[in-house]
Design a binder for this molecule. Structure first.
Ligand SMILES: [Zn+2]
Length: 312
């Protein structure tokens, strides 16, 4: 915690995404009290910086505090040793984003991977409160994760969060369902993300010949339609493979689910059952829970990190 008496006051987060730059202000109880979204300039770095600085200034003005604790949540990574950013859909790759922002603002802002921010939020006053190790798993358009152990982010050598979406889906899992190896946006073949994300669920539905391919509607149809139920079974089995990989490597006590797919009915139960079928021996399973702080959990985590003076 900060030792200067500022803990417990307002704080803010800037969520840098491929479609919008969202500024969000939180009160002392970490309740979101104001927000402003602007479109992300996706190709022009100078325009991107102008939009970003303007969002920070807006937060400072709303709070009436030029020193408002603010952190940046980024869908990408910042290499700790060099400060160089890598992100898809945001024009910052290869840039010293932190140094450029410090020069523009006249002060340093902490930066954190968006999935790590989500895990932080859920580990501190969220669905993982009280657990020693919390993995936050965000399943939306893509798949990403973050880990918090004993209330802290483990040191990152290259600034990589838990990029479990870009581990390869085991050949056994694809063979089990007769699924092809699909090319990932990262340039590799057969990443988990291609099957387990919302985009992946849509693709499995298309592959299975479903007329309805919207992920939420496929999930809703599964109670009445055998083909939709089969698609959901395949999807949950593949998601279980991803959780199995997470358990083998990170062995978290709690896995907290976020992102658009986390709203699917009975998802924690479905994924727990899938992981139980795959588990190694009698290994204790992690608890799988939905996020407590909804869509703004990642921003909440970043703002909380800023308020606590946490960097990672
Ligand atoms: Zn990939």
């Amino acid at each position: 915690m900060r030792q200067d008496g500022k803990a417990g006051t307002l704080c803010g987060a800037i969520d840098l995404g491929g479609t919008k730059i969202e500024a969000r202000l939180f009160d002392a109880a970490m309740v979101s009290v104001d927000l402003r979204r602007v479109p992300t300039p996706r190709t022009d770095f100078a325009a991107f910086m102008v939009a970003l600085v303007d969002q920070v200034r807006w937060l400072e003005a709303r709070a009436g505090d030029a020193h408002l604790p603010v952190a940046l949540s980024i869908a990408g990574m910042i290499e700790p040793a060099t400060g160089i950013a890598t992100a898809s859909n945001i024009p910052v790759t290869g840039r010293h984003l932190g140094a450029e922002l410090t020069a523009a603002l006249g002060r340093d802002l902490p930066m954190v991977n968006d999935c790590t921010a989500f895990a932080w939020s859920e580990a501190h006053g969220g669905a993982g409160e009280g657990a020693r190790s919390v993995m936050g798993l965000v399943m939306g358009t893509g798949v990403g994760a973050g880990i918090v152990v004993d209330g802290r982010v483990p040191p990152r050598h290259a600034g990589i969060s838990v990029e479990i979406g870009h581990l390869g889906m085991p050949a056994r899992a694809l063979a089990r369902h007769g699924l092809p190896m699909w090319r990932c946006g990262c340039g590799r073949d057969g990443c988990h993300e291609n099957y387990v994300s919302g985009t992946g669920l849509r693709r499995i539905a298309e592959w299975a010949g479903l007329a309805e391919t919207d992920p939420q509607r496929v999930a809703a149809l599964a109670g009445a339609d055998a083909q939709a139920a089969r698609v959901m079974e395949i999807w949950a089995d593949l998601a279980g493979e991803m959780l199995y990989a997470a358990q083998l490597m990170l062995d978290p006590e709690v896995i907290v689910l976020g992102g658009g797919l986390s709203n699917i009915a009975c998802l924690p139960e479905r994924l727990s059952a899938a992981l139980q079928r795959l588990r190694l021996g009698d290994a204790r399973l992690p608890a799988i829970r939905r996020a407590l702080h909804g869509d703004s959990s990642g921003a909440r985590g970043a703002a909380l990190m800023a308020r606590m003076g946490q960097t990672c």
